[in-house]
Design a protein around this ligand. Sequence first.
Ligand SMILES: NC(=O)c1ccc[n+]([C@@H]2O[C@H](COP(=O)([O-])OP(=O)(O)OC[C@H]3O[C@@H](n4cnc5c(N)ncnc54)[C@H](O)[C@@H]3O)[C@@H](O)[C@H]2O)c1
Ligand SMILES: CC(C)[C@H](C(=O)O)[C@@H](O)C(=O)O
Ligand SMILES: [Mg+2]
Length: 354
Amino acid sequence: MKTYNIAVIKGDGIGPEIVNEAIKVLNSVGVVENIKFNYKEYLLGGAAYDAVGDPCPDETIKGCLESDAVLFGSIGGYKWESLPKEKRPESGLLKLRKELGLFANIRPAIIFDELVNASTLKPEIIKGVDLVVVRELTGGIYFGEPRYKDKEKAYNTMIYTREEVERIAHVAFKEAMKRNKKVTSIDKANVLEVSEFWREIVEEIAKEYPEVELNHMYVDNAAMQLIRNPKQFDVILTGNIFGDILSDEASMIVGSIGLLPSASIGGRVGLFEPIHGSAPDIAGEQKANPIATILSAAMMLEYLNELNAAKRIKDAIKKVLALGYRTPDLAEFDAKEVVNTSKMGDLIAKYVKD
Ligand SMILES: NC(=O)c1ccc[n+]([C@@H]2O[C@H](COP(=O)([O-])OP(=O)(O)OC[C@H]3O[C@@H](n4cnc5c(N)ncnc54)[C@H](O)[C@@H]3O)[C@@H](O)[C@H]2O)c1
Ligand SMILES: CC(C)[C@H](C(=O)O)[C@@H](O)C(=O)O
Ligand SMILES: [Mg+2]
């Protein structure tokens, strides 16, 4: 029997509800695939601030580094919005990503045939969409210095170094080699020097991957093209802030933000998290869709090279959707039965054994 030590960060808002379902599914698939998971919980975000006055305690960083992988829910909420920035939950998450060296965030957006009616777009436009956003995660305007705010002015700085662009470009081209061999690099090179620089380096790295077709797109056009014709994209390579925005947009192609998982990699240990936030508007109500987190757990299994277990989870999700079970976010779309967060987890945990 294989054993993995998983650092679990439930976080705030819907975080505990959705992570509980992912753990339920992991345990179930572990039984059939002979895998044991040892979970150890750590605090991050608002929960960590409330408990120890720090949104990213050292113990959490250490615990993650000592694990085989990290499963994370979400952080944030109204309660912590008026705190000074460094104490807010979001700063905790950014610090954790930086400390763990997670410079690459892989965000796949794959349409489930069972949900073609759930998209805000016409079925013929979205059927077959299978794209992945490769988002740079530890640089750009999120981290650039100087940064400043007073009553009269405020600024942030969008900085990328050569090394940062090269390494994320390699991740995107390698991803494309496993897929349909197309990279679209998204920037704002018609206005920003940092984007011009990004584009030049991406061009250089592309020479190492002659089989991969590369094109560039300005971010405003890309936002429109994603809605107009999402099937033109295979791998989207982009910086931190553009990737944040475009991946939330991509979730509506697929049908709900509650469906999009992600893998944050690049350091010694990978962290697996849904792309959405803590959804304070529905937290504690068992209304959240846990599928994004369960798919993140499947990405974690792929990272651990447990490919059969990962496939079982993805197949079980398809099966449950095909049977017509829907969480409230997808209730209007071919639902035979609307179920809560926990019941959705139960169903997926049941069908992973088939
Ligand atoms: N990685 C993270 O932890 C992360 C990501 C994004 C936002 N946040 C934080 O979360 C808080 C709320 O932010 P927001 O409202 O802008 O974004 P959000 O993603 O939390 O919610 C946006 C909307 O989507 C819905 N939603 C999100 N996840 C869902 C799910 N699994 N099932 C069903 N509906 C879902 C919410 O109910 C809400 O209406 C903020 O504090 C923000 O900073 C955290
Ligand atoms: C909460 C916030 C810091 C975070 C980000 O912007 O990276 C979130 O929106 C995400 O997409 O994971
Ligand atoms: Mg985001």
